[in-house]
Design a protein around this ligand. Structure first.
Ligand code: FAD
Ligand code: 2HG
Ligand code: ZN
Length: 480
């Protein structure tokens, strides 16, 4: 690159082109923040080339994209504190990013932010066997933590299809759910402590993980679901659950969503080792079978399919089979009798999102409804979508026990806004939530006041302003 004549550092703003009579026309003044970040982390951990940044700038679905100022890759809490202080000194906004598997656009830049990737925060401490807890870096994937703790007989309570890429920090920041929520709760319930860096670089939190504390509001709870807007989570003290090595899996074809909801209390009451009850509506089963090039392993004319899992130290297969034979005697059922058959059944549920992405770019809604109105409201929502976008294909599936439906509409086109408005309003009216587990991100901020009310959103905004007065952390996400 041509060097400027008589150039003094600091003469120009980053990105300024300098007048041709003074300097070569292609000269771009160096970005002083990028230079300071590179000095702090090393040049290898400050990505500025468009090619290197690209993977961090588009979300998993391909729906959200923006250019970053640079991507930084700190490897410790001290690194994060140092780079956040530099960003604060330069008034630079920051988007925290874990595995970038989020589905609401909160993990990618909107334009000009620094992306702080947590993927080098990979500390994995020895499992605290007595406490049943482990301390891990925020950038460790769910699958990696699981593998680590299973060596000593423990397991991670939260599990979902993106486990190989999604990080524990991202799961906490989104309060992720997944398939085991009915047994163990969402990610929020798994966090016994955390360490985090505030917008001014201060480090807060505790990794002690004491089971009891009443010393004021609970920081891990405040940060669970905060989507990178209040602090950067760097370390997590994770509660573990026993690793139940024996898993029984069944796929059941039921006549309707009503019948699926009716079966739920029997499963809960009769099966103490019930681990998950996942729902596929016929549209989802059809699509995933198409995608995996398989035939549906049970009656393909059903009105709803449930993938039911029990997990225990002793094989729960007979219990599960017995309960299904008694409670759903006329249903077509496939029960896995070996690990490979189990993997085949689970793949049907795990691959729905991938199958959708393969088919097109969907309008994604992640709602939860009270079980008492789930079937009736879902029928209304199906009608609303069919009326607003007659040619569209609604793929509906989710986590039945929490009334959590993933409504993915392919081909919604210009009706997307109207569908979102009508469906989310119907959900709120029915006592449901506009986001059950994916978060608000940039996709749902517009509906937050309708969901939570103006006073509550004002309270949340006040918390945000007190922790991050200059709005540097993930601007545009979560709060309207
Ligand atoms: P990212 O996508 O990188 O970030 C998500 C949000 O968290 C962003 O707002 C980001 O700024 C913030 N963030 C990330 N790390 C930190 C940090 N250390 N500190 C502060 N903020 C941070 N979700 C479910 O809940 N249940 C499911 O069943 C489920 N299944 C999925 C299946 C597939 C195939 C895919 C692609 C996604 C699925 N998701 C699911 C969504 C997604 O995987 C989760 O939201 C996950 O928790 C995101 O983790 P991540 O590390 O990829 O976070
Ligand atoms: C799942 O349950 C995920 O598989 C993804 O939460 C849902 O793609 C979706 O809408
Ligand atoms: Zn889900």
């Amino acid at each position: 690159m041509t060097q400027p004549r008589d150039h003094q550092p600091g003469d120009h703003q980053p990105g300024d082109r300098i007048a041709p009579d003074y300097i070569a026309p292609d000269y771009i003044a160096p970005d002083p923040l990028v230079a300071a970040l590179a000095e702090s982390l090393g040049v290898a951990n400050v990505l500025t080339d468009a090619d290197q940044r690209a993977g961090y700038e588009t979300d998993w679905t391909g729906r959200f994209h923006g250019e970053s100022r640079c991507v930084i890759r700190p490897a410790s809490t001290a690194d994060v504190a140092a780079v956040i202080r530099l960003c604060a000194d330069h008034g630079a906004t920051v988007v925290p990013q874990g595995g970038n598997t989020g589905l609401v656009g909160g993990s990618v830049p909107r334009g000009g932010e620094v992306v702080l990737s947590t993927r080098r925060l990979t500390r994995l401490d020895a499992v605290d066997i007595a406490a049943g807890q482990v301390t891990v870096g925020a950038g460790v994937t769910i699958a990696a933590v699981r593998e680590h703790v299973r060596c000593v007989g423990y397991d991670v309570a939260v599990d979902f299809g993106a486990r190989d890429s999604a990080t524990i920090g991202g799961a906490m920041a989104t309060n992720a759910g997944g398939s085991r929520v009915l047994r163990f709760g969402t990610m929020r319930s798994q966090v016994a402590g955390c360490e985090a860096v505030l917008a001014d670089g201060a480090v807060i939190g505790s990794l002690a993980g004491l089971a009891k504390e009443t010393i004021g509001p609970h920081l891990p709870s405040l940060l669970s679901g905060s989507e990178g807007t209040l602090a950067i989570i760097t370390m997590i003290r994770l509660r573990l659950v026993p690793w139940y090595r024996e898993t029984a899996t069944a796929l059941v074809a039921l006549p309707s969503l009503v019948a699926a909801v009716e079966l739920l209390p029997t499963l809960r009451n009769a099966l103490p080792h019930l681990d998950s009850v996942e729902l596929l509506m016929p549209s989802a089963m059809e699509l995933v079978c198409e995608h995996l090039q398989r035939t549906c392993p049970v009656d393909d004319r059903a009105g709803a399919y449930l993938l039911i899992e029990c997990a225990d130290h002793a094989d729960p297969l007979d219990d599960l089979a017995g309960v299904l034979a008694a409670a759903a005697p006329d249903s077509s059922t496939a029960i896995a009798s070996n690990p490979s058959m189990r993997a085949q059944l689970v793949a049907l549920r795990d691959n729905v999102t991938v199958a959708i992405n393969h088919t097109g770019t969907p309008l994604k809604l992640d709602i939860a409804l009270p079980l008492a109105v789930l079937a009736a409201t879902t029928a209304e929502i199906e009608r609303i979508i069919a009326e607003l976008a007659p040619g569209a294909r609604l793929i509906n599936f989710g986590h039945l026990a929490e009334g959590n439906l993933h409504l993915n509409t392919l081909g919604a086109g210009e009706a997307s806004g109207a569908i979102t408005e009508a469906v989310l309003q119907r959900v709120i009216d029915a006592g449901g939530v506009i986001s059950a587990e994916h978060g608000i991100g940039v996709a749902k901020t517009h509906w937050l006041v309708a969901q939570r009310g103006a006073p509550e959103v004002a309270a949340l905004t006040a918390i945000k302003h007190s922790l991050d007065p200059n709005g540097l952390l993930n601007p545009g996400v979560l709060l309207p």
